[in-house]
Design a protein around this ligand. Structure first.
Ligand SMILES: Cc1ncc(COP(=O)(O)O)c(C=O)c1O
Length: 353
C-alpha cells in the first residue's frame, strides 16, 4: 500500500510496456505518465522547486512563473497548489485545452501567447513574455526549465538509475528532446555507468534542438524552436528525426493495441523503430521513454478532423505500418551536430563479448 500526503510524493517509476506484440520488435517503453501530474515533468518540477526553496529564491510572497507547452505547467500547478504558492503559466496556442483547464482547476493562472517571435517562434515569444513580467514585478520567480540544472539532475538521480536497475543489459536508450532535461540527465548517468549504452535522441522534423531547419510543429512537448542551453551533444550518440505524420500513425497504432500514449511517445516509438531496423544487427536491449499518456490529446492526435485539417485527408491511411522501416523517416544527422553515427556504435556493440 502507498499512502501519501503530498501529491508529488507518488510516481510509478517501474512500469514498462513490452511493445513486441504490437510492433513486432523488442522495445520496452518506460511509462512516465502515472503520477498526479500525468507526466515525466513532475520529477523536474519537484527538483527545481526544492532547489529554489533550498537556495532561498522562493519565499511565501513569491509568484512562480514558467513557460511551458503544458506538462511542466501542470506539474508546477500541482506543486504550487500543495505548497501555497501562486503560479502563472505562460503557454502558447498549441497547448491542449484540457491541459489548460487542468492548470486552472489547480488554481493557476494561464496566459496564452498566440503570436510567434521573429526569432525563436512561439517559444521565443513565450520567453520574451516571461522576461517582461519578471522585469515588471520582483515577486515573480522564474525557475526556467531551459537553463535550470535541477531539470536534468532530476533524471540523473531518478529516471536513469531506475532504468539501469531494471535493465542491467541495456544497449540503447531512446529519449525525446524538448528542453533536453530528460536526455541530458539520462545521458550523463549512462556515460558514467559500468557498461556502454547508446543514447539516441529523438526529435521532430521542424525542431532546431540539434540545429535542423525550423518548421511547423503542432504536437506539444517534443522539439523546440530554440537550441536548449544545456544540451551537450558530446553525450548523444545519434539523433533521429520524425515527421509529425509518423508520430500520429505510431500513436494510433499503439492505441489499437489498447495503449493510449501522448504525442511525444509516438515520436519516440516511431524514431526508435526506424533506428532499430536500420542499425541493429542483433536483438539489442532497447528502452524508450514515454513522457505522458494520451487523454490530454483526445481533441488533437486522436481527433480525426484535427488530423485531417493539418496533415491531409489520407494521413491515417498513407504509409506502411509503423514496424516497416521503409515508411519511417530517415535518421539524419543535423548539419551543425557532432553526434556519432549510431551504426558505428551498433556494430561496436555487436562485436562486444
Ligand atoms: C509530453 C512531453 N514529452 C517530452 C518532453 C520533453 O522532455 P524534456 O523537456 O525533458 O526534453 C516534454 C517536455 O515538456 C513533454 O511535455
Amino acid at each position: 500500500m502507498s499512502v501519501i500526503s503530498v501529491p508529488q510524493a507518488f510516481n510509478e517509476e517501474d512500469l514498462y510496456v513490452d511493445l513486441a506484440p504490437i510492433v513486432g520488435r523488442a522495445l520496452f517503453l518506460k511509462c512516465e505518465g502515472f503520477n498526479f501530474a500525468g507526466s515525466i515533468k513532475l520529477k523536474a518540477a519537484a527538483e527545481m522547486v526544492e532547489a529554489a526553496v533550498r537556495d532561498g529564491v522562493l519565499t511565501p510572497r513569491s509568484i512562480l512563473i514558467e513557460s511551458s507547452s503544458g506538462n511542466m505547467g501542470v506539474a508546477l500547478s500541482l506543486i504550487a497548489a500543495n505548497r501555497g504558492y501562486q503560479f502563472l503559466c505562460v503557454t502558447d496556442s498549441r497547448c491542449n485545452l484540457s491541459t489548460r483547464l487542468l492548470m486552472e482547476a489547480l488554481g493557476s493562472q494561464v496566459h496564452v501567447v498566440a503570436e510567434p517571435a521573429a526569432i525563436g517562434g512561439l517559444l521565443g515569444a513565450r520567453l520574451d513574455y516571461v522576461r517582461a513580467l519578471c522585469r515588471s514585478d520582483d515577486r515573480y520567480v522564474w525557475l526556467n526549465q531551459y537553463t535550470n540544472p535541477a531539470n536534468w539532475m532530476a533524471h540523473y538521480r531518478t529516471t536513469a538509475p531506475a532504468i539501469a536497475r531494471q535493465f542491467p543489459g541495456l544497449d540503447v536508450l531512446f529519449v525525446g528532446a524538448g528542453t533536453t532535461g530528460t536526455l541530458m540527465g539520462c545521458a550523463r548517468y549512462f556515460r558514467e555507468w559500468r557498461r556502454p549504452v547508446l543514447i539516441v535522441a529523438v526529435d521532430s522534423v521542424g525542431s532546431v534542438v540539434f540545429g535542423g531547419e525550423p518548421g511547423r510543429r503542432m504536437i506539444p512537448g517534443i522539439g523546440s524552436s530554440i537550441r536548449p542551453p544545456f544540451l551537450d551533444e558530446s553525450h548523444v550518440d545519434d539523433v533521429v528525426y520524425v515527421r509529425e505524420e509518423d508520430t500520429v500513425r505510431a500513436c494510433r497504432r499503439l492505441a489499437r493495441g489498447g495503449f493510449l500514449f501522448g504525442g511525444s511517445t509516438g515520436t519516440v516509438v516511431s524514431g526508435a523503430l526506424g533506428w532499430l531496423s536500420r542499425n541493429s544487427a542483433r536483438e539489442l536491449t532497447a528502452v524508450a521513454i514515454a513522457p505522458d499518456l494520451g487523454e490530454r490529446y483526445l481533441d488533437t492526435i486522436y481527433h480525426t478532423n484535427w488530423l485531417k485539417s493539418l496533415y491531409g485527408e489520407d494521413v491515417l491511411t498513407a504509409g506502411q505500418p509503423v514496424t516497416d522501416s521503409r515508411q519511417l523517416p530517415e535518421g539524419c544527422r543535423p548539419r551543425s551536430c557532432s553526434v556519432h553515427s549510431g551504426l558505428e556504435h551498433a556494430s561496436k556493440l555487436t562485436t562486444r563479448p
